[in-house]
Design a protein around this ligand. Structure first.
Ligand SMILES: O=P(O)(O)OC[C@H]1O[C@H](O)[C@H](O)[C@@H](O)[C@@H]1O
Length: 553
């Protein structure tokens, strides 16, 4: 359907949406047999297939106009010029700077025109410092206070200081550096002590090193876990400064707070307030990643993200992966009324991807007030959830196929796995390749059935009883990686980061603050004394009082 292009883009999109509601995805595939060729984008190591989204060229044109009307181009420039795009905290958001390679020249000039050389040098100083520590640990030269070689590193952090490093370390486990002492990396995040007690139960104080990872170095979850770790060490190794010195590394923006806590200056890794927590895996917060895949692997991850940063700045909207991802999301959320998005990787190595993207997207764009302090006019971030696709097929796909909610899905899979270069799997390569093919067959089958309904199969299925029918018309995108490696993963994650930025621009919100997480922490501070048996300073609501009574009785 053609709409009047002289209408404002929002009105055009509303008209498109009215018509779209009457069109089934299977009709779009019938109308255009080469639909895949017309609605796919190949960029570096990634293929983005959006042919199963309920879009037409005309809709995409209106979405591009919508982006222009929101001044997307100018906002991208502001982001990469280091302007204070985080207006409520008066800060830049320069996670992209962490990915700029440390070489001067034409390429860098073009990709990071505003990046001050001092900042670039400071960034690379931290990478080198982290690389030095990682190298010592890998070589077995980093020793605990009794002189024993460190065999286990525990990352203590939460939110952005946990989810990114955990997700990437797991995703790239196949590229794990083999060390003489078989160095292992563990993660502790939850404040309730269950994870820390479990991990400590398995480890020996003499050979364990902790990374206290906290941008602010004030997060109580992390500080309580760190104190538990210190007490555990001291119980066995005694209370002396050598314990702190040999068994802790800190990562934070605050050197003072790290020093006050007892982190030895040479074991302090810095970062900057212009890196948001959920954008920080590219900084020294990513040390567990570097420990897993080595510093060269970490640099490849940065290179993949830098590749995407350049693409985002340079490609026209219709060939720009983050822009397309962002605008398709806007179309689904704001015009087709699809308020939820499932993340479905068909690769067990990406098991934490949905958790990571929940923070990236929902903490960034879960806002209802614009940059000008007005109530937003359009709905903002959809609910992001998901799980490893093959397992989710046996859990919640019933609802995707036959439930009442419209849901859009991101299917993500590597095309190649267990191939010749992955020598690691040489012994079982044949069997494992068959398993990978099985996973891919399921990935393609599910997106096909979701889109087309039972019509995806032959006409025999037209007479199914009603409870066996598949209506289809559930939209999805499929992102294929040539293979899952540091570079392709870096590119994929940066694409999602920039998608979040694109959407924030359209919605007119600041994606780089998170005020909505603060007040709960304050209220917890008020409640803690009551739980510790002290006289509460105030009366709470009847529910809270009742729950307190039950706990304390
Ligand atoms: O790294 P930290 O300062 O300890 O912060 C850890 C996390 O806690 C906060 O509550 C924020 O919601 C997150 O954005 C942040 O990543």
């Amino acid at each position: 359907m053609q709409v009047d292009h002289s209408l404002p883009p929002y009105e055009q999109l509303k008209k498109h949406a009215e018509f779209s509601k009457t069109v089934h995805l299977k009709d779009l595939f019938i109308q255009d047999p080469a639909r895949f060729d017309h609605f796919k984008l190949e960029i570096g190591p990634l293929l983005f297939d959006y042919s199963k989204q309920r879009v037409t060229r005309d809709i995409l044109d209106s979405l591009n106009q919508f982006a222009d009307a929101a001044q997307l181009c100018q906002w991208i420039e502001k982001l990469f010029h280091g302007d204070s795009v985080n207006n409520t905290e008066n800060r830049a958001a320069m996670h992209w700077a962490l990915r700029v390679p440390n070489r001067l020249g034409a390429e860098q000039e073009q990709s990071a025109p505003a990046l001050d050389d001092d900042i670039l040098q400071a960034i690379h100083k931290q990478i080198d410092h982290m690389g030095f520590l990682v190298d010592q640990l890998h070589r077995g030269q980093y020793r605990g206070c009794t002189g024993e070689v460190i065999t286990d590193v525990v990352n203590i952090g939460v939110g952005g200081s946990d989810l990114g490093p955990l997700m990437v370390s797991r995703a790239l486990e196949d590229y794990r550096i083999q060390t003489p002492q078989n160095l292992q990396v563990h993660f502790v995040s939850s404040m309730d002590g269950s994870q820390v007690s479990h991990v400590l139960h398995e480890l020996r104080p003499e050979t364990t090193l902790f990374i206290i990872s906290s941008k602010s170095f004030t997060t109580v979850d992390t500080l309580y876990n760190a104190e538990t770790a210190r007490t555990w060490l001291e119980r066995k190794l005694g209370r002396n400064s050598r314990v702190d010195r040999c068994h802790f590394i800190g990562v934070s923006t605050s050197k003072e707070k790290m020093t006050e806590w007892g982190i030895y200056p040479e074991h302090q890794l810095g970062m900057w307030d212009w890196v948001g927590g959920r954008f920080s895996l590219w900084s020294a917060i990513g040390m567990p990643i570097a420990l897993t895949i080595g510093i060269e692997g970490f640099k490849q991850l940065l290179a993949g993200a830098h590749f995407m940063d350049q693409h985002f700045q340079q490609a026209p909207w219709s060939e720009n992966l983050p822009v397309l991802m962002g605008l398709i999301g806007i179309w689904n959320t704001n015009f087709l009324n699809i308020k939820t998005q499932a993340i479905l990787p068909y690769d067990g190595r990406l098991e934490y991807l949905a958790d990571y993207l929940q923070q990236l997207e929902m903490e960034s764009n879960g806002k209802s007030v614009t940059r000008d302090g007005e109530r937003v006019k359009l709905g903002t971030c959809p609910i992001i959830w998901g799980n490893v696709g093959p397992n989710a097929q046996h859990a919640f796909y019933q609802l995707l196929h036959q439930g009442t909610e419209p849901i859009t899905c991101d299917f993500i899979a590597p095309a190649l796995r267990y191939h010749a270069r992955e020598k690691l799997h040489a012994e079982a390569a044949h069997e494992l390749q068959a398993q990978h093919q099985l996973a891919l067959a399921n990935c393609l089958a599910q997106s096909r059935l979701l889109a087309l309904g039972e019509g995806a199969l032959d006409e025999r299925y037209n007479d199914l009883p009603v409870y066996k029918r598949y209506y289809g018309n559930q939209s999805s995108s499929t992102i294929l990686l040539h293979e899952l490696n540091s570079f392709s993963l870096g590119a994929l994650l940066a694409a999602y980061e920039h998608k979040v930025f694109v959407q924030s621009v359209i919605w007119g919100i600041n994606p780089f603050d998170q005020w909505g997480v603060e007040m709960g922490k304050e209220i917890a501070k008020e409640l803690l004394p009551a739980l510790q048996g002290e006289q509460a300073s105030k009366q709470f609501d009847s529910s809270t009082e009742g729950l307190l009574r039950f706990i304390l009785q």
